[in-house]
Design a protein around this ligand. Sequence first.
Ligand SMILES: [Zn+2]
Length: 118
Amino acid sequence: MNTNCLKGMRCPNPTCNSEGPFSVVGTAAFVVYDEGTESHGDVEWHDEDICKCLSCDHMGTVLDYLGMTQGEQRRYHDHLVQRAFDDIDFMHELVDSYMEKLTHEDYLDEFAEDDVIS
Ligand SMILES: [Zn+2]
């Protein structure tokens, strides 16, 4: 049973069920020279990143390997979509309040300029 980097992960292929190793597509910051790369920083990966079982070549996402049922995956997916919409709403509110402020200040500026001219 995995308890560290692969905590909770297992190949979802029912005829395999391997507990690793897996090939995961993650991200890391690399030090790159003209000759090539040297060291890299911490490697990160997320639930939606590609994961492949080295025993049976099963391809899926990290989420698939966490043993979530389709219902759980759907709820998790809905949760991510809702969170994205919430973020968009929040950005709209920010932009709206900024635009309101901007318009108001522009109006005041124009008003002040008109005042000077006339
Ligand atoms: Zn496998």
